[in-house]
Design a protein around this ligand. Structure first.
Ligand code: BGC
Length: 416
């Protein structure tokens, strides 16, 4: 029975290709609604349609996915789960514990996922040793995106240390542009915060303070320095930053209204969708002080238990398609990320992706490959949410001291 599913006959294949009536429906929850993201999402849709399945888009706008997760919860609670949902990191385990995720071991075995994935990734996709989710890509989060033309006008170089960052920011301000394009939403605040924590505190600090949530490290002088540096970044953002979507912040760098943005490489998808060329119209450099480290964010789809046979079959098509080399290439060329599959040719990818790929391998050996907290890869969702709120409170409240913030973050980190 199971073998049949993966070795369809020629007749079955042609019926699928012709969009035969028994094709299943695939409803996929995601939050890929910006220019670059939508292009990548449509590559997924097309792949499935080519297999004869019906794609039902379930897009919930909102960078970072907070709104999507709220909608997902209410759908699952009412017994109406989609086929697949963009769920990442420890949340996969949380959903699996609820007993609502489907076992994908048969697809994984047939498609050799264990052999094709880095262990750090396949471990995240499994619950009690069984695959319940499929990874799409690897995003690097600790990037700085800059408009070289704007930097040239201001007469400064793109920064590689935090000292250089503030020197550049001053010069950009004097030149009349917004130095740092930022969107004041808690996941964006935390994306900046974790980049500062890594750049100022280093790899061991990042692990101890933010991943292991060690109380002493969270109350250390290094943490105070991190928070003070983080808050200083705010001086170089504009007054319209609160609430701004990340892609609108990227647009400010694209059109020269701002000099730089700290953001994961989904931002590259926006530059590319706007017809910009990497290395010429925009540059990517690791966030200041973080070139020897890599904060990763793996997008993945968790598969929900379904009842309808044709839909279950279509769900397996989706799982197999996501990991197929051709899809991994097309999708990631649009998304700004790199393929999650090992040993993929990188010749069609640009230099930002090539650097990301090289650094992913190097840091996985050096111990500096780190999960992003801001993007749901490191800590239980309750702690993540509480820590994000505490960091954003400090960012927004100019009366709050770094010491007060340290106490708030340390207490938030205890949430389970
Ligand atoms: C996701 C990306 C997405 C970004 C902005 C991240 O958490 O992993 O796929 O592009 O949020 O929405």
């Amino acid at each position: 029975m199971k073998t049949k599913m993966f070795k369809p006959t020629v007749l079955a294949l042609s019926l699928f290709a012709a969009g035969a009536s028994f094709a299943g429906e695939i409803e996929v929850l995601h939050w890929w609604t910006s220019g670059g993201e939508a292009k990548a999402a449509s590559a997924l849709k097309l792949t499935l349609q080519q297999k004869g399945d019906r794609w039902k888009d379930f897009a919930v706008a909102g960078g970072g996915g907070d709104s999507a997760m709220t909608v997902l919860k209410s759908r699952v609670v009412s017994g109406n789960a989609p086929s697949a949902a963009q769920i990442k990191g420890p949340s996969i385990q949380e959903w699996a514990q609820e007993g609502v995720l489907a076992n994908m071991d048969d697809v994984a075995k047939a498609e050799k996922w264990d052999e094709s994935l880095p262990k750090v990734v396949s471990d995240i996709m499994k619950y009690k040793g069984h695959y319940v989710a499929v990874p799409v890509n690897v995003h690097r989060v600790n990037w700085l995106w800059a408009n070289p033309e704007v930097f040239k006008k201001a007469g400064v170089k793109v920064p590689t240390t935090w000292d250089e960052f503030f020197t550049a920011a001053e010069a950009l301000k004097k030149a009349g542009v917004t130095p740092v394009a930022h969107g004041g939403q808690n996941w964006q605040d935390f994306t900046t915060f974790e980049a500062v924590a890594l750049g100022v505190g280093g790899t061991d600090f990042y692990k101890k303070a933010l991943v292991q949530r060690d109380a002493a490290t969270l109350s250390s002088p290094t943490m105070e320095k991190v928070l003070t540096t983080f808050k200083k970044v705010k001086d170089y953002t504009d007054k319209n930053a609160p609430g701004r979507d990340w892609n609108l912040a990227t647009a400010m760098v694209i059109n020269g209204q701002a000099g730089m943005q700290i953001m994961g490489d989904w931002a590259k998808g926006e530059f590319l969708a706007a017809g910009k060329t990497p290395g010429k119209d925009f540059v990517c450099v690791p966030a200041p002080g973080t070139d020897k480290a890599y904060t990763f964010n793996v997008d993945s789809f968790a598969m929900f238990k379904l009842k309808d046979k044709a839909n279950i079959e279509a769900q397996k098509h989706l799982a197999a398609a996501i990991m197929a080399p051709q899809f991994q290439e097309v999708f990631n060329l649009n998304k700004g990320s790199i393929p999650v599959r090992l040993n993929m040719p990188m010749d069609k990818f640009d230099d930002c992706a090539k650097t990301s790929s090289k650094d992913f391998v190097a840091t996985s050996k050096s111990g500096a490959l780190l999960p992003s907290i801001a993007h749901g890869m490191a800590v239980p969702s309750a702690a993540e949410g509480a820590m994000k709120d505490a960091v954003s409170q400090f960012w927004n409240d100019d009366k709050m001291t770094a010491k007060d913030a340290m106490a708030k973050i340390a207490s938030a980190a205890k949430a389970q």
